[in-house]
Design a protein. Structure first.
Length: 249
């Protein structure tokens, strides 16, 4: 039993060290790079996915009236200029505002006091002074302990981003939804600011002026940052980043 326990402990320690080494290698490989956005995955492939079943109306057959200028599903007599096929462009209105204000405080205090004595024990208490000189049988043990802790934490942040970026339809899904992706770069002197937008949209959410709100993008991936002399100065040196990954304290 003891040998098996030691083997299991050593195996667990070896596995933990290997995982830590993998994490260290991944962090070292990303030194000097901006964090990458996660890929857009199919939500139905998740093990926890459960399809939603709701009552659906009967499908209305498409009908064309003879000698009519109206086409079923059109909003006007003119061509719809909204994005609807591969390569079309749609303008994304990025309006991101997020704020958080969290504060908490935890206090704990505890005091313990234990006293134990044997004033009378079959008359043997009279011999206790002979075996251990200076021992008082009525107060053999007296233990006291006091502990207290006080923790305070707070988080306060505010982020706001409002801009527009044009995105290109890169894929048409079987249900008619469209995958879009757009990237915008602006260079000012020696600094480049870039905005990346991606996700899945519904054609019905596109406005008449061929724009769509960023809040209506599913699996949205929005990144705003930059690169250049100013961004380089704001980042820690490579040596410092390497030491932050390697040092355990």
């Amino acid at each position: 039993m003891t040998s098996n326990l030691v083997k299991q402990t050593m195996l667990a320690a070896l596995l933990a060290s290997s995982l830590a080494a993998c994490n260290t290698a991944e962090r070292l490989a990303s030194v000097g790079r901006a964090p990458s956005l996660s890929a857009i995955d199919d939500p139905t492939a998740s093990p926890d996915y459960k399809p939603v079943r709701m009552p659906m109306p009967d499908q209305v057959p498409v009908s064309h009236a003879a000698n009519s200028l109206w086409q079923q599903g059109s909003r006007s007599f003119f061509k719809d200029q909204r994005a609807r096929q591969l390569g079309d462009i749609v303008t994304v209105k990025v309006n991101f505002k997020d704020s958080a204000d969290i504060a908490n405080e935890t206090k704990r205090a505890r005091t313990n006091s234990d006293t134990m004595g044997v004033p009378n024990l079959l008359g043997l208490e009279t011999n206790a002074d002979k075996a251990l000189p200076g021992v008082n049988p009525s107060s053999l043990i007296n233990a006291q302990s006091t502990s207290a802790s006080d923790g305070v934490g707070s988080v306060k942040r505010a982020e706001t981003l409002a801009t527009n970026v044009a995105a290109v339809v890169t894929q048409i899904l079987p249900n008619g939804n469209m995958v879009i992706e757009g990237k915008q770069e602006v260079r000012v002197n020696f600094e480049i600011r870039e905005l990346i937008v991606g996700g899945v949209i519904r054609p019905e959410d596109i406005e008449n002026d061929n724009t769509i709100e960023s809040m209506k993008i599913a699996e949205a991936r929005i990144a705003y940052g930059g690169r250049g002399q100013i961004s380089d100065v704001q980042q820690p040196r490579y040596g410092q980043q390497v030491m932050d990954v390697i040092l355990p304290f």
